[in-house]
Design a protein around this ligand. Sequence first.
Ligand code: CTP
Length: 448
Amino acid sequence: MKKVITYGTYDLLHQGHINLLRRAKELGDYLIVGVTNDNFDRERGKLNVHNNVLERVEAVKATGLADKIIIEDYVGQKIDDIQKYDVDIFAIGSDWVGKFDYLNEFCKVVYLPRTEGISSTMLREDLQDEVKIGVVGTGRIAERFVPETTYVNYVNVAAVYDTNTEKAHTFAQHHQLEMVASTYDELMDNVDAVYIATPHLQHYEQCKQALERKKHVLCETPLVLKGDEARELFELAEKNGVVLMEANKTAHSPAFNHLITMIKSGAIGEVVDINVSESKLWGERFTREMDASQAGGSMYELGSYPLLPIFKLMGIDYLNLNIYSKMKDGVDLYTKGIMRYPHGVCSFQLGLGVKTEGNLVISGTKGYAYVPSPWWLTDYYEFRFEDQNQNKKFFYKWDGAGLRYEIQEFMSCIYNHRFSTARLRRRESIAMANVMQQFGERKNFMEI
Ligand code: CTP
């Protein structure tokens, strides 16, 4: 029996796929089809696949051409499969000519003619309308945001607005944006959504104005510095049928998400303690970040990142939070927070003027998770146990500036009319704003 194997994503199964499967089947007597796993697709940069793996497997099955369907999970699996299933021919579309010649060592490689004029990418484009985004503010993070949008389908950064018009023009030129808006209103006239990357104190008003005009909003973290303001904004968004999301890049990173789901599944037992820290000593490069009148300081600048693993794993119902800060000119150079929960205790350390280790340690009744510095850009972590033979290391991909994951989730919320994302719940954003508020009001606060 001559066995043939072929692989693909098979998203929105189309005639091109069917032709390919038929041609592959004709090469032998038995056809194995490898369908990519969702995670595998994400890891190789395919962020926009429409159907999930189960739907894609069902679609391939429905063609009646596959004798066996397998899931493709990892790089290098093709060689394993060819050997495991004793495959004679590896077949793939002609768009891949040359790319799989290395498999000739294991079986015959055949590139089959690709069907012209159709692809999953084209079908996905027909399925959805482009979302026009206007960027508000032209600082460091906005600079990183625009290139990251190119990795997500259907996003078009259409315009930019900054109170400093000269900076806005330079930004537009650099990123080849068509429009520089002269007012915030003009920006909103021309877009479906805004990305707010202005100093913290402008967030509330800018979010509110955009939501009132029924624009989707992706707002840099911290969203706002008061719990009530955050609640009001989320209510306004839902009332007006638009998405409001706090842009916390760590919340959307593949490694962080997997870390959380594994721990929630009991990988290290019951979580009792979280120690998390983040610091940046940029000295002279800090201007706004060290200015009290612009809500500078460690807590406002960095706080929402360490609060993320704490809220994700311990929930938002802490019993109390004590805050200790080293202050200078009205801003906290360093802040340590200790949060007590019914069955645990957590601490976070934040430094713009004090260097900390910058790792994340989550201690459980069976073992602990160790995420090395900088944990907030994590692509690697370990689970460690008393019996070191049980230790496990996990590696992931962190692409570019990492903002593409949050942009993709923002788009997914818009298309699927979801007002809240599981990666960073509205209530978690509100709880973060409550912590900022407690700090602002100097409650349970002590200067060191
Ligand atoms: N294929 C084909 N003709 C097409 C589209 C795809 O022969 N018009 C083949 C590919 O060469 C591959 C298989 O179908 O062997 C599965 O491809 P896949 O990447 O799932 O499909 P695409 O439509 O190319 O997807 P995308 O647009 O996401 O790249």
